[in-house]
Design a protein around this ligand. Structure first.
Ligand SMILES: NC(=O)c1ccc[n+]([C@@H]2O[C@H](COP(=O)([O-])OP(=O)(O)OC[C@H]3O[C@@H](n4cnc5c(N)ncnc54)[C@H](OP(=O)(O)O)[C@@H]3O)[C@@H](O)[C@H]2O)c1
Length: 236
């Protein structure tokens, strides 16, 4: 198997951490990024303890400078980025009336602008090499209406539209663009009350990690474009 360099954003907890673990277990090099350094360091030391290669990079996807310097540092260390997984995300569960412009800026700047800038930071070297894969962790909220989720839905629907257009521009360079749209997963994104109440109904972060790896692990000629994955009992 050819070892690839995989950059996972928002990998300090939850789904991102399990995506990193799934790629690492498959033998790839993982570059994990997020804002909380101590959590990243712990994840990397666990991976290294199992004799696999990983590195931690503190990166705030709300900052263009932070993204550019992270991409540069990963490329300096490993020579390339074969796959970017745009997983960093935040949300506010608020009615439209209660949603402030601060909430809008935080959610859109993390989920949509942050992913846009991460893609821009890796795409030129992928185009040059005529290969690469970008996987976006969206949400069923990208195409399903839920109360108290207007700005979150807008951010995920925006990234879905962006990546659908991007896909058509980069097919000619053998670059794959994939989206995964998960339903409820038991992570810190949910308030503890909801987590406790629906724990048995929600998917687990490692379920999504395995599916993201399967999206990646396909023959060169195959592109999995969009995957929708829900808890068996449906949305919460
Ligand atoms: N849980 C669900 O039900 C569900 C369903 C569908 C999709 N998703 C999506 O899955 C992704 C991961 O969420 P999760 O459920 O695993 O929740 P989580 O455990 O809260 O993870 C969110 C991750 O994003 C990172 N992050 C947040 N803001 C960031 C910023 N400005 N810069 C860099 N990293 C940032 C966090 O790290 P730091 O705080 O350390 O920066 C953390 O690692 C998100 O995109 C979310 O929208 C979740």
């Amino acid at each position: 198997m050819e070892q690839k360099v995989i950059w996972v954003t928002g990998a300090s907890t939850g789904i991102g951490k399990e995506i990193a673990n799934a790629f690492s277990k498959a033998g790839h090099i993982v570059a994990v990024s997020a804002r909380r350094k101590s959590r990243l360091v712990k994840i990397v030391s666990e991976i290294k303890f199992a004799d696999r290669e990983a590195s931690a990079f503190v990166c705030n996807v709300m900052s263009e400078r932070s993204i550019q310097s992270t991409a540069k540092r990963i490329m300096e260390k490993y020579g390339r980025i074969d796959c970017l997984i745009n997983n960093a995300g935040s949300t506010v569960f608020k009615s439209f009336t209660d949603t402030k412009s601060f909430d809008y800026d935080m959610v859109l700047n993390t989920n949509l602008r942050g992913a846009f800038l991460c893609i821009k930071s890796v795409l030129p070297q992928m185009i040059k090499k005529k290969k690469g894969h970008i996987i976006n962790v969206l949400s069923v909220a990208a195409n399903t209406a839920f109360e108290n989720s207007a700005v979150y839905s807008a951010s995920k629907a925006g990234l879905l539209a962006l990546s659908n257009c991007l896909r058509e521009e980069v097919r000619r360079y053998n670059i794959k663009i994939s989206n995964i749209l998960p339903g409820a997963v038991e992570t810190a994104m949910w308030e503890s009350k909801a987590r406790q109440r629906y724990k048995n109904r929600m998917m687990q972060p490692e379920d999504i990690g395995k599916i993201v790896y399967d999206i990646y692990n396909q023959p060169k000629r195959v592109l999995i474009e969009d995957v929708i994955v829900r808890p068996l009992k449906g949305d919460i």
